[in-house]
Design a protein around this ligand. Structure first.
Ligand SMILES: [Zn+2]
Length: 411
């Protein structure tokens, strides 16, 4: 059984328990004869008391909050789980990225060397070509004198001229060979540079792939971290509200328990007082209605509490009447007590003899005093909503030897 389900069961138990001796708030405003409302054998059809409603509402709220809390906690653990996974994936991705970066750096180095080599080869070739060109121009096309001057030879004879030509040709041939070598060298360097550049492009592409992998993992981790933080704050919020709502419910429950204790105290008081009295038989008309003509908004009835197994009940009937409506004594008797009674508010208890007593709760004003004798039908007070009641109504009890009985058996 989940926590939420347990809470729901508790809530239902409270609904059932709410039968209560707690006076219920008047729910109807129509006026009809009280006698037509119920018979002595009518099943205990009990409305929720206002207090019990509050307990149920608090329990329902609690159940909702528990659902929220569970959901937030589930989200939180899912995020935490994912973060753990990502934290395990991240170092591997980081290592792959580092390795790829290193490979790229090595190839970058190789490329720099190749580029330097190519540049040197190109410079040598250029220089060689320009020198060769100059010599060729000097020897064949251009100014032989200048050419001869440039080699520091003075031409004196035709023989010398021919010898010089031969010499120049030899020089040019040698030079041409060197230029071809430079040319080969440059071509080789260019090929090398191309190859290294291709390898570099591959290494960079690889590095970019693993960088994206690593960045994706890091980004996923960041968003999971945010989700976890959000879930944690939702959980904290729900937990706070839960604490508040549980406090509220405990407060209602305490009031409920207090009412029960008060009812028991009244029972003890009447038992002590009426111990010697005989018990008169019940019957319609033994008592008269405290508010003739008022509708009954909540009847008397016991219920077995589904969890605790004890019987909790609404210990009287509630008469729907507006504030200030006069309340009449149900029979001749002596006022046992008249004054504030905690959850009952301003309450009057009248001993009618023959072990019979009546109680009138939530009055706005009490018109009699303890010890005073009253006559049937005499105004003893006025309807109000003192004690645990939000709306004005009369909570009316009939007790035999202190024990609450169904007033409808006497009215
Ligand atoms: Zn009541």
């Amino acid at each position: 059984m989940t926590r939420a389900t347990r809470i729901l069961v508790v809530a239902l138990a409270l609904v059932a328990g709410a039968v209560a001796m707690v006076p219920a708030r008047a729910a109807t405003t129509t006026t009809r004869p009280a006698t037509s409302n119920s018979s002595p054998t009518a099943p205990a059809q009990v409305q929720l008391s206002n207090l019990s409603k509050k307990i149920v509402e608090a329990s329902r709220e609690e159940s909702e909050l528990l659902k929220k809390l569970d959901a937030a906690n589930a989200r939180k653990s899912a995020s935490a789980q994912r973060i753990t996974e990502l934290d395990q994936e991240l170092p591997a991705a980081q290592a792959k990225f580092a390795a790829a970066s290193e490979r790229l750096a090595v190839v970058d180095g190789e490329l720099a060397v190749a580029e330097e080599r190519l540049s040197r080869a190109s410079a040598q070739l250029k220089f060689g070509k320009s020198a060769l060109k100059q010599r060729a121009i000097d020897a064949y096309v251009g100014r032989p004198d200048a050419s001869m001057l440039s080699v520091g030879v003075r031409v004196a004879t035709f023989r010398e001229y021919v010898a010089l030509r031969q010499y120049m040709n030899a020089v040019i041939r040698t030079h041409t060979r060197i230029v071809h070598q430079y040319d080969d060298l440059q071509r080789g360097a260019a090929d090398l540079q191309d190859a290294v550049a291709r390898r570099r492009a591959e290494a960079k592409a690889q590095r970019d792939v693993v960088a994206r992998e690593r960045n994706n993992i890091a980004a996923a981790r960041t968003s999971q971290e945010q989700a976890r933080t959000q879930a944690a704050s939702s959980a904290a919020e729900a937990a706070n509200l839960l604490k508040e709502v549980r406090g509220r419910r405990a407060e209602f429950q305490a009031k409920y328990n207090q009412l029960k204790a008060q009812s028991d105290a009244i029972a003890r008081l009447l038992k002590g007082r009426q111990s010697g009295q005989t018990t008169a038989p019940s019957g319609k008309g033994v008592l008269s209605s405290p508010i003739p003509g008022a509708a009954i908004s909540s009847t008397f009835g016991p219920r077995v509490h589904p969890i605790f197994g004890d019987v909790r009940m609404h210990t009287g009937v509630d008469f729907d009447a507006s504030e200030g409506t006069p309340i009449h004594a149900a029979a001749d008797g002596v006022v046992v007590s008249a004054g504030p009674q905690g959850g009952y508010g301003n309450a009057t208890i009248i001993d009618h003899g023959n072990s019979l007593a009546t109680l009138y709760a939530h009055q706005s004003r009490i018109a009699v005093a303890a010890g005073q004798s009253v006559k049937r039908g005499q105004v003893i007070g006025y309807v109000g909503h003192t004690g645990y009641a939000t709306g004005p109504h009369l909570h009316f009890e009939v007790r035999v030897n202190g024990t609450p009985v169904d007033p409808m058996r006497y009215l």
